[in-house]
Ligand binder design. Structure first.
Ligand SMILES: C[S@@+](CC[C@H](N)C(=O)[O-])C[C@H]1O[C@@H](n2cnc3c(N)ncnc32)[C@H](O)[C@@H]1O
Length: 269
């Protein structure tokens, strides 16, 4: 599966849904509750997982502008069944080039999930400045934060984790990515702009039965470690073989750190 394939987004969605931080989600819901219709822009929406996570908790009248540069994912987002009162406008845009166009028009909330760790400090700074200029709140969910816990322990886990985190910082189309530093950088930036920020962990937990998800992730990490070239190829493949064996035997668990936050401008508090 490729980085943003529909199959991968479908596989990760239940883990994302379970992981979303309830305190942060409640703050978003409380903020939007009095607004009808609610106008939300979802940046890098994929197939629409944020709408599926947040939509059922909001007042019925919801207008979602769904932004992505992948037409196949946008088509899937457009085809999803919607609750009565909800409307979606799929909008193809390259957010690196056309971020400002994505934010145009009346907007009550900007949402993004699994996006911030892909972007550079310069792009995130631009996002914060553009959002603050419009006094809009931001709900940013599921930014990977660099923490990985493997069970059982393997002597190469730390080296693989370091390689994965180095790979996370490579360019994903927005300049050198912030990767694990993204959420902390964004929170500090919004606070400096006078925003109040509620944040908390939204970690993935994969139990021994979650074999397919674990296998997919471990294979992706081995590939990232190989791309970075931090370990000899033979070490990476041996690590992956040992890990896959543990998964197949039902002995493997994974914990992957993420952060959610909700940033509100002081004028709206
Ligand atoms: C990790 S996926 C997250 C998708 C969705 N938010 C979710 O949580 O399932 C990252 C998304 O960013 C989109 N993306 C990457 N680069 C982009 C760009 N330059 N402009 C717009 N979307 C982009 C991808 O197409 C993909 O849908």
């Amino acid at each position: 599966m490729s980085g943003f394939s529909a199959e991968w987004l479908k596989m990760r969605e239940p883990y994302d849904l379970r992981a979303r931080n309830p305190r942060v989600l409640d703050a978003v819901i409380a903020f939007l509750e009095p607004l009808s219709p609610t106008r939300i822009v979802d940046l890098a929406c994929g197939t629409g997982s944020t709408l599926r996570a947040l939509g059922p908790h909001l007042p019925a009248r919801q207008n979602w502008k769904l932004i992505d540069n992948d037409l196949g994912l946008l088509a899937r987002a457009k085809a999803m069944p919607l609750a009565k009162g909800a409307a979606v406008t799929p909008t193809p845009l390259d957010l690196n080039r056309d971020l400002e166009a994505a934010l145009d028009g009346p907007v009550d909330l900007v949402a993004a999930s699994a996006l911030l760790d892909l972007v550079s400090d310069a792009w995130l700074d631009r996002l914060a400045v553009e959002i603050a200029a419009r006094s809009i709140p931001l709900y940013a969910a599921l930014s990977y934060d660099g923490r990985i816990e493997f069970t059982p322990h393997d002597p190469l886990d730390a080296k693989i984790t370091a390689a994965v985190n180095a790979h996370q910082r490579t360019d994903k189309g927005f300049g050198p990515a912030l990767g694990p530093a993204a959420a902390a950088f964004a929170i500090a930036r919004f606070e400096a702009l006078g925003y109040s920020v509620v944040h908390g962990p939204s970690d993935w937990t994969m139990r021994p039965d979650d074999r397919d998800m674990q296998t997919e992730i471990l294979t992706g990490w081995a590939s990232a470690a190989h791309d970075i070239g931090a370990l000899p190829f033979a070490d990476t493949t041996a690590w992956l073989a040992r890990r896959r064996q543990s998964v197949a035997a039902g002995h493997s668990s994974l914990h992957v750190g993420h952060v959610d936050f909700f940033a509100t401008p002081s004028a709206l508090r």
